[in-house]
Write a protein that binds this ligand. Structure first.
Ligand code: A2P
Length: 273
């Protein structure tokens, strides 16, 4: 069994492939080739966002893959800067048009605040966006809805003021940065944690301790880090434009990180800068 064929099941019963192909920072023209390569390597879950400006390339690669639409799980996101009920609906329509799909598998609020005002209070606006998400979900235009970069307090505001509990929260998660409070809150509410930057955007790869542990399993640091996110019950979204690495990043089923090494990895607190 390969991780490529395994799935998590979100609390609403929708299943999602256990590893996704991340496309952040992959330009639109490159995305067509990268996503095609990823699909060829066996990925069936592609993660994009309107803000990545590559939805059209992603959609093209999926259409040209020859696979049926329902064989690929597509996630996209409402830009962090776009908030409110009508604006969320409008942005969603743009996204599905870009992707060339009728139904989106997972749609996320990209962040609780615009990137230019990180930490700002946009609770009222997020509640309005979430009501639009609930409408689209009820209409069957999205199979699952969630958030990204949301703290426990940000999610609690939705729980207190809306009806549908988010099905997923996509956060930065890697050995060195495990955001325990976020993960515990999500686990308590059956919210799937998706791990973006599972390799700390590549910065973790040269770390001596990680290299030592990876060598003891005869795997690469990337494989160790991806395996780590899976053993923590999160869904990794590794990103690469290199076809060999795409494959390498899915070959994580032939070894199991011991409890002792999981404890060592959990104890790292570093952004590897
Ligand atoms: P590249 O696209 O040149 O392969 P993250 O998934 O944490 O955001 O990390 C992405 C970064 O890690 C990218 O710079 C990517 O570079 C690099 N990367 C992804 N997979 C591997 C791998 N298996 N080995 C080495 N570097 C990798």
């Amino acid at each position: 069994m390969s991780v490529l064929n395994e799935k998590y099941v979100m609390y609403n019963g929708v299943s999602i492939p256990k590893i996704g192909f991340g496309t952040w920072q992959i330009p639109n023209d490159v995305a067509v080739k990268s996503v095609s390569d990823a699909i060829r390597a066996g990925y069936r879950h592609i993660d994009t966002a309107l803000a990545y400006q590559n939805e059209e390339g992603v959609g093209k690669a999926i259409r040209e893959s020859g696979l049926k639409r329902e064989e690929i799980f597509i996630t996209s996101k409402l830009p962090a800067e776009i908030k409110g009920y009508d604006k969320a609906l409008e942005s969603f329509n743009k996204t599905v048009k870009n992707l060339g799909t009728e139904v989106l598998d997972l749609y996320l609020i990209h962040a609780p605040w615009p990137w230019t005002d990180k930490g700002g209070n946009y609770t009222a606006e997020n509640i309005q966006s979430w009501k639009a998400f609930e409408k689209l979900y009820r209409e069957g235009r999205i199979r699952a809805i969630g958030v990204s970069n949301f703290s426990p307090a940000d999610i609690q505001a939705l729980l207190d003021n809306c009806e549908i509990v988010p099905m997923a929260n996509q956060i930065a998660f890697h050995a060195g940065r495990t955001q325990e409070e976020y993960v515990a809150f999500c686990n308590k509410h059956n919210i799937l944690v998706e791990a973006y930057s599972p390799l700390a955007t590549g910065r973790a790869l040269a770390d001596p301790l990680l290299n030592e542990i990876a060598a003891s399993y005869a795997v690469s640091v990337a494989q160790l880090l991806i395996r780590f996110t899976l053993q923590r019950g999160t869904l990794p979204l590794p990103k690469t434009t290199n076809a060999n690495r795409m494959l390498e990043n899915t070959q994580v089923d032939h070894f199991m990180i011991s409890d002792e090494d999981m404890a060592r990895l959990n104890a790292i607190h570093s952004e590897f800068r």
